[in-house]
Design a protein. Structure first.
Length: 347
């Protein structure tokens, strides 16, 4: 049987292994991967050396990649609505054998990906032929960002602060502006990221490493108060896409009466000033994944492709996939790395 290359997690590096090329059944489709983004979850698995599997810190190697885009090369006899040549993005949570690239049997950082029980709108969505594959591969992380914005219920008159100008924070910024939100401020400590935030539509940025965050937010969003009448920034919604404990401290210190904090980043354990939350009646909203958003975002991603393309900092060919993961693993070296597959990759 024909073999293909697949990327698996190893300790702080990746293993490229030969595996059998999938054979689709009557209800399946086979996708030739043309681009796949690298996510923080991928680097988390690399640090661990794989997926945790039981007690004692044991891990098992897993195929990586849950941000794939590609083209259909085979279609089962019972599949409807898909044809060879269709360009598609994939729902990683639609696979029968576990989440693609997140502990399941399949990974999107493969030359070919089997779509089990292929169904448009459930497991895949079709995008136009003139849409670049690398930008299409942003579909999954942009669904994560969209869910966070949906959870915020931000209104056009709201003033919003996004902490973290990585792909999720920048994606949330774009969605907030497309939603019609009046003022979005992005906070980060890396100047290059803040430049990108302005390029994708942020109304203002704050470098919290060099600027007085409280003073800047009051300047940008006006002054309000908490339940005790203490002066606070007029920000309505805070969105944590950074995952640093300092974010919670900053929000609680600045939160006005009835402000919201949406947590989409993975927070490590840390102390939270519950009394400070009480004094502002701060609402904490957790945002996980994309219960409905995975293909809700596709059409707008296509429509605003040039804006979303600014999120990609590096495009690395599959032949150099080790370097791609090195970039992703090195703090500050890259923002969004997308691995690209050309025709030669599939020979």
């Amino acid at each position: 049987m024909t073999t293909m290359k697949s990327v698996h997690a190893a300790k702080d590096k990746v293993d490229v292994v030969d595996v059998e090329r999938p054979v689709p059944g009557p209800k399946d489709a086979l996708v030739r991967i043309r681009a796949c983004g690298i996510c923080g979850t991928d680097t988390f698995f690399l640090h661990l050396g794989g997926m945790p599997s039981g007690a004692g810190g044991a891990t098992r190697a897993i195929p990586l990649g849950h941000e794939p885009a590609g083209e259909i090369v085979e279609v089962g006899t019972e599949v409807r609505g898909l044809a060879v040549g269709n360009r598609v993005v994939v729902n990683p949570q639609g696979a029968l054998t576990g989440i693609i690239g997140c502990g399941g049997e399949l990974g999107g950082m493969d030359e070919y990906l089997l779509i089990q029980n292929a169904e448009v709108g459930r497991s895949v969505a079709v995008f136009p032929d003139d849409m670049p594959f690398d930008v299409a591969s942003l579909n999954e992380p942009m669904a994560v960002a969209r869910h966070a914005v949906n959870r915020s219920e931000a209104q056009p008159t709201d003033k919003v602060v996004v902490f973290g100008a990585g792909p999720i924070g920048l994606g949330a910024t774009i969605w907030l502006k497309l939603r019609g939100v009046e003022h979005v401020t992005v906070v980060d400590v890396i100047p290059e990221r803040l430049e990108t935030a302005l390029a994708v539509g942020a109304d203002a940025v704050v470098d919290s490493a060099t600027e007085d965050l409280t003073g800047r937010l009051k300047e940008l969003h006006g002054e309000a108060a908490n339940a005790l009448g203490q002066p606070r920034a007029g920000t309505d919604v805070y969105l944590d896409a950074a995952g640093a404990p300092a974010v919670f401290d900053a929000v609680i210190a600045n939160a006005k009466w009835h402000a919201k904090l949406v947590m989409v980043a993975v927070q490590k354990k840390g102390e939270v000033d519950l009394g400070g939350m009480l004094r502002s009646e701060l609402t904490l909203i957790a945002s996980q994944g994309y219960p409905t958003e995975i293909f809700e975002v596709t059409a707008e991603l296509v429509e605003h492709r040039e804006r979303f393309a600014k999120l990609i900092s590096h495009r690395v060919p599959f032949s150099d996939v080790g370097r791609a993961f090195e970039l992703a693993l090195t703090p500050g070296a890259a923002e969004k790395v997308v691995v690209t597959f050309d025709e030669a990759s599939h020979l």
